[in-house]
Ligand binder design. Structure first.
Ligand SMILES: [Fe+2]
Ligand SMILES: [Fe+2]
Length: 241
């Protein structure tokens, strides 16, 4: 296995590792700024590969912020390895997730983020947007990098197989196929409205954790995903009555 490093928007790098036995990509994002930020700490077993790759962009000991979409091993398994390698780094995570899990799991106390809070990285600005249970995880959030319009959207649009660093190809069909296999998304009345609020940000780029980054009509893709989940939720409701 190897971790590839590609710039998907100005100063935002995808650290991408394809794991063949899972037929799955695990992408982490490094935002290069005065205070460099990592989105997704990744699996513990991938830490040696990913941290070596990250060094080609920013020396790991310079990392200032460690963030992830929600508490799951692929999102945050390596969190304490990064904290150990970067003595000045802090984990930043939504308040609810800190109270429920991260205050206890992290080797140093995390910074608690409120919904909509911005971290000014110096040259880049990331806004944390709470998305509870979307696509899954009580503590779920996404990050919107305001200077490039890049939405780091975590497990939204999860697809199987390898994928290019940046595409304009449709994300929806591969995501719905993966959803049929994994059933990873919490289908609730809030799923579609939450995704539509992300579309209203009109992002220029989407950074997927398990799939390509997307550089086309991102709002259109998000609205398509919201419509598909709304339809699935309505069918499930109808079948239950
Ligand atoms: Fe997840
Ligand atoms: Fe994930």
């Amino acid at each position: 296995m190897e971790t590839q490093v590609e710039e998907i928007a100005e100063g935002i790098y995808r650290l991408s590792t394809f794991v063949p036995d899972a037929n799955f990509m695990f992408n982490q994002f490094l935002v290069d700024a005065e205070e460099p930020l990592l989105f997704h700490a990744g699996l513990k077993r991938l830490f040696p590969l990913v941290s070596a790759a990250a060094t080609s962009v920013v020396p790991v000991e310079r990392l200032r912020w460690i963030t992830f979409g929600h508490v799951e091993a692929d999102e945050c398994g390596g969190m304490n390895h990064w904290l150990a390698a970067a003595p000045g780094a802090e984990v930043a995570h939504p308040t609810m997730g800190c109270i429920v899990s991260v205050d206890d799991l992290a080797d140093r106390p995390p910074r608690r983020l409120s919904d909509g809070e911005v971290i000014d990285l110096g040259g880049k600005r990331v806004r944390s947007i709470d998305t509870p249970h979307v696509p899954h995880g009580w503590d779920a959030h996404v990050l919107f990098e305001e200077t490039t319009g890049t939405l780091l959207c975590g497990d939204l649009f999860t697809a199987m197989g390898p994928s290019p660093a940046l595409t304009e190809q449709d994300l929806l069909e591969p995501a719905l196929q993966a959803e049929d296999v994994f059933k990873a998304t919490c289908l609730t009345p809030e799923t579609a409205p939450t995704i539509r609020r992300l579309a209203d940000l009109e992002p220029t780029t989407l950074g997927l954790m398990h799939g390509p980054s997307f550089g086309g009509d991102a709002a259109g893709q998000l609205r398509g995903l919201a419509d598909a989940y709304e339809e699935r939720h309505a069918s499930a409701q109808a079948a239950a009555t």
